[in-house]
Ligand binder design. Sequence first.
Ligand code: NIG
Ligand code: FE
Length: 398
Amino acid sequence: MTLTTNGSRTTVLTNIGTLVTNDPTLGEGKLGVRHDAAIVFDDGVVAWVGDSADAPAADIGQDIGGRALLPGFVESHSHLVFGGERAEEFAARMAGEKYAAGGIRNTIEATRSATDEQLQANVRRLLDESLRSGSTTVECKTGYGQNTESELRSALIAGQFTDEVTLLAAHVPPPEYAGRADDYVAMACDEMIPACAPHAKWIDVFCERGAFNREQAHAVLSAGVAAGLIPRVHGNQLGEGPGVQLAVEMGAASVDHVTYVTAEDIDALAQSSTVATLLPGADFSTRNKYPDARALLDAGVTVALGADCNPGTCYTTSLPFCIAIAVRDMHMTPAEAVWAATAGGARALQRTDVGTLSLGTRADAIALDAPSYLHLAYRPGVPLVREVWKNGALATSY
Ligand code: NIG
Ligand code: FE
């Protein structure tokens, strides 16, 4: 059989040792695993999945050499629009200091004083880096502007690279609102959110001691919803708090971090459609405890893994690194961790076109320099992502 449709170029990848589809109708288990498989990409989407021996001909053919092929990672949590960096703060933490949300203010200053070109270059550099470690969809937050002009600029720059733009309207009260978080929230609700909303898909808030309390976070999310945005929440990162319950109540797409939770929080998540997005890289780099992924999964909560690249708590773009932590230290199985970084991320972004390799989904895939997805956790720190396809074409940069 030869596939010819719409005059577009088709690609067939054959001799795939382990194919993860995340489609249980196409293979074994939740990951929909097939062995000795082949896949066809046509016009940017998956057009055929089957045994390598039955693979149809296509314009481009590539032998994967018995290696593993997976859906590209779906990175549902990143903060890439920022100026400067905070390596000294990291070093101080490793010497015993505690992470405090206030460090965000240093990045706010550096971001406000950066040029557009500097911010764009930073986003591009980090997106290229994340592509090389296998992320083919990346959400990107604002949050280091914290005034209307700078948040708008951040949203516009993020939107040059991704459709998944999150307006992190309330990250921490900026210096000019020190001790006046309520006034900041009023400004954000009345002015910033309406001005920025046309350039974003999501509204986010850091609901945590030292950032914004429940009422303030509720006001910010409500203003975002009124402006047409969908809520997501940073919550329960540094201690127990109202973030998880607020996210569930507001029907948020996800609540992110979820490191300190009560049994009631887990219960509420399990009965909701809100995804728990775990960010173990942040816990690693702040020497925090890790979230109790097992308790969440065993209760039936949908779990995603994100890398949370940002200059403060977690300066990594690597989801393979997070998968390794999730398996080693959070007791997720390799299959659960891979699902969480692919299909789970897609759930957190309410996307059905990415995170799976089933018929009609986007042809975003990664080939590992390994025979199985198990090696992502088994070989930590090794750059195993050998090739990346985005929309059916080999991709090396944004
Ligand atoms: O996801 N928690 C809040 N926001 C970031 C940290 C931001 C920073 O410290 O610059 C996070 O960890
Ligand atoms: Fe974050």
